[in-house]
Design a protein around this ligand. Structure first.
Ligand code: PLP
Length: 386
């Protein structure tokens, strides 16, 4: 089965472009809300870095999620899309002064702080404005994740977060500063995680750290466990919505929250990946010495995940019902890594055929570049095309 695409509309459109199935996005958001509404203290923030297309952002805001930002530009995008400032959290190892000031001016809910020097700068900038900034500390929990090495973030060797052994002294420093208020702990162990055991390991670690803090009478109002829930790249049609029940239930069962504590999540990929496809035209079918190449007008400038992470994306030939043949599907960019898939089975392809590169809603359009002086791909929502 192929996804449902408005092929007649596509036929007249300039390629490549991103196409967002807004029905699927809304169904995904309903599934998230259905699971989290079982727990009154769960708050979900959408990780804007996965996809900041305005139509996508607006739909996510309408579903009531908060926003997790990692730059000043993302804070601006979130505010423009209507996210309330008190539902915006801001993380990142290298926050510039203007970005911190932007967060302060907008009274965002919380800065997720990753170092002592950063804490001091936030305190100074807040003091200059006569404000008090809410801060949570991002702790590096030294928990591995069974995912690609480039997308683990919670190991001691990674650049992210504050080492566990420094946690208490950093909290004490925050308590001694006038213009910051310590409001919680933040964690994020990586991305595209499908093994609930990885999230359980994070829960166990947080339980240990909470016990330790409790023995020193340090009260934590908010626990933020980050994001990272993966999706099924192999089967976008069969598994269009991730298993949110298993994910949220893992935290509900394993994490020992204290009375009144709020639990925050920052999901990116799991919210938007499956609703997006990169639509490209086939330029040429080339018979190589040992195999066939399908050369598309989309390349790694439009979707870099295969080149960057050796990521798998299912590809479908939307224009053909002919018997399957294997192709190396490649782009036009002058880089050997500009390959979307090797030996992908496609309905026999011809020049002009429209291809859908699936599960491309997360870390797709937002990572596009102008390398080779190519124009950036446009993102269309199904709401505007049907
Ligand atoms: C990237 C990121 C997320 C979202 O990760 P996903 O794997 O897309 O869910 C959440 N929190 C932080 C701090 C991040 O950097």
């Amino acid at each position: 089965m192929k996804g449902k695409f408005p092929l007649e509309r596509f036929a007249q459109m300039r390629t490549p472009f991103y196409y967002y199935d807004m029905e699927l996005l809304r169904a995904t958001l309903r599934a998230i809300n259905q699971e989290t509404q079982k727990y009154e203290n769960f708050c979900v923030h959408y990780a804007v870095k996965a996809n900041a297309n305005p139509k996508v952002l607006r739909s996510i805001r309408e579903a009531g999620l908060g926003a997790d930002c990692v730059s000043g530009g993302e804070i601006e995008a979130a505010i423009r899309a209507g996210f309330p400032a008190d539902k915006i959290v801001y993380a990142g190892v290298g926050k510039s002064d203007w970005e911190i000031n932007l967060g302060l001016d907008n009274d965002i809910f919380c800065f997720n702080v990753e170092s002592v020097p950063e804490l001091q700068v936030i305190n100074e900038l807040a003091a200059a404005k006569g404000k008090t900034a809410n801060v949570a500390f991002r702790i590096n929990p030294d928990v591995g994740a069974h995912t690609h090495a480039n997308i683990t973030t919670g190991l001691a060797e990674n650049k992210f977060g504050i080492a566990m052994r420094d946690m208490e002294s950093v909290i004490e420093q925050a308590q001694s500063l006038k213009n910051v208020r310590f409001v919680g702990l933040h964690f994020h162990i990586g991305s595209q995680i499908l093994d609930m055991g990885d999230f359980q390991a994070l829960c166990n670690r947080i339980n240990e750290l909470q016990d330790q803090l409790e023995s020193h009478r340090i009260i934590v109002e908010n626990i933020n466990v980050g994001g990272g829930l993966g999706i099924d790249y192999q089967h976008p049609n069969r598994v269009p919505i991730p298993d949110f029940k298993a994910y949220f239930d893992t935290y509900a069962k394993r994490l020992r929250l204290r009375p009144g504590q709020k639990l925050h999540f920052e999901l990116g990929r799991a919210v938007v990946a499956q609703c997006g496809s990169l639509i490209a035209r086939t330029l040429y079918i080339k018979e190589g010495a040992h195999k066939k190449f399908a050369i598309l007008d989309a390349g790694m400038t439009d979707l870099i995940r295969p080149a960057l992470y050796q990521a798998y994306h299912k590809i479908e030939n939307l224009s053909s019902e002919e018997p399957m043949e294997a192709y190396d599907v490649v782009g036009p960019i002058c880089e050997s890594s500009d390959v979307f898939a090797k030996q992908m089975d496609l309905n026999a392809a011809h020049r002009g055929d429209l291809m859908a590169i699936r599960s491309a809603g997360a870390y797709g359009e937002i990572m596009a570049s102008c390398y080779n002086c190519r124009p950036l791909p446009i993102g269309y929502s199904s709401d505007e095309l049907f």
